[in-house]
Design a protein around this ligand. Structure first.
Ligand code: DGP
Length: 113
């Protein structure tokens, strides 16, 4: 856990959120600023700065995260979705706790902006 990390606070229950999946290794909750009808963030319970750091240290949890993302998309969007890992400020990362965005429920443009 990181004391000043918003996602660690959500995982601990110190900050409210709408949790949609909770397992021993990952938590999925609705994004506070949804960019699509379905916008869920899936995060590891343990603090890692980004997806690359998570993959290097704990690939099994990254596999769980991807599996949970797919489950959310199956349940809420018939399995058609985009899974996004913004990595680094120039790529749009603003919370430095690894997370995947599940975006679904509308036609998604390509390439992203
Ligand atoms: P990124 O920009 O890729 O690091 O994504 C961070 C996302 O986290 C962003 O879409 C907004 C979301 N977010 C930030 N703070 C909160 C919060 O307190 N609650 C929830 N549910 N989502 C948050």
């Amino acid at each position: 856990m990181s004391a000043d990390c918003v996602f660690c606070s959500i995982i601990k229950g110190d900050l409210p959120s709408e949790v949609v999946v909770s397992t021993d290794r990952v938590v999925a909750f609705r994004d506070i600023a949804p960019q699509a009808p379905v916008h869920v963030v899936v995060v590891p319970r343990e603090h890692h700065t980004d997806v690359a750091a998570l993959a290097a240290v704990d690939p099994a949890t990254l596999a769980d995260l991807v599996e949970v993302a797919g489950e959310v998309a199956e349940r809420e969007a018939d399995g058609e979705y985009r899974l996004v890992f913004n990595t680094g400020p120039d790529a749009g990362q603003s919370v430095f706790h690894a997370h995947g965005h599940v975006l679904a429920g509308r036609k998604l443009a390509w390439p992203p902006g």
